[in-house]
Design a protein around this ligand. Structure first.
Ligand code: ZN
Length: 142
C-alpha cells in the first residue's frame, strides 16, 4: 500500500489546512496543553462547559498534519455533548485506534474514520491520539 496515500487522505489534508474550531474561547472553563515529544506536536485545547454540556470548544496547535487534523475532527464532534458522552467518545476512539484488526469505525466518530490508515503506523498513533488525550486531561481538570 502506498504510505502517503494511506495516511494523508483528502479529508485529513483538508482538516489540517483549514482546522475547524481553531482559536480561543472568551469564557473557557477547561483547558489543557498537550504535547507529543515524539513528533513535536502541540495542542492547546479549550472547552466551555455549562451544566455538564460542552457549549464551546476551540484549539490552537502546531505540528504534523495527522495531529492537527485529528484535533480538528475531534472538536467537530464535541459541541452539545455531555462530558460523559465526550469521555465515552475518547474511549471509543482509543480502542479503535489501538486495534488494527477492528474492522469498522464506530459511526459516532464521523470524519475521524479518515484516520484509519494511521493505525498501521504505530509511531503516528501518538499524533492522532494527542488531541484526545488532551481533551481527557482538560475534562479531568488538569
Ligand atoms: Zn505528529
Amino acid at each position: 500500500m502506498d504510505d502517503e496515500e494511506d495516511l494523508y487522505k483528502e479529508i485529513i489534508v483538508d482538516h489540517s489546512q483549514s482546522p475547524r474550531n481553531q482559536g480561543k474561547l472568551e469564557h473557557a472553563t477547561h483547558h489543557h496543553h498537550g504535547y507529543n515529544p515524539l513528533c513535536g506536536d502541540e495542542i492547546e485545547l479549550q472547552l466551555q462547559v455549562e451544566n455538564d454540556l460542552i457549549e464551546g470548544v476551540a484549539f490552537q496547535g502546531s505540528g504534523c498534519a495527522i495531529s492537527q487534523a485529528s484535533a480538528s475532527m475531534l472538536t467537530q464532534q464535541l459541541k452539545g455533548k455531555t462530558t460523559a458522552e465526550a469521555t465515552a467518545l475518547i474511549s471509543t476512539f482509543k480502542t479503535w485506534m489501538k486495534d488494527r484488526q477492528a474492522p469498522e469505525c464506530p459511526g459516532e466518530l464521523g470524519d475521524v474514520e479518515a484516520l484509519s490508515g494511521v493505525r498501521n503506523y504505530p509511531v503516528r498513533i501518538k499524533c492522532a491520539l494527542l488531541a484526545w488525550t488532551t481533551l481527557e486531561q482538560a475534562l479531568a481538570g488538569n
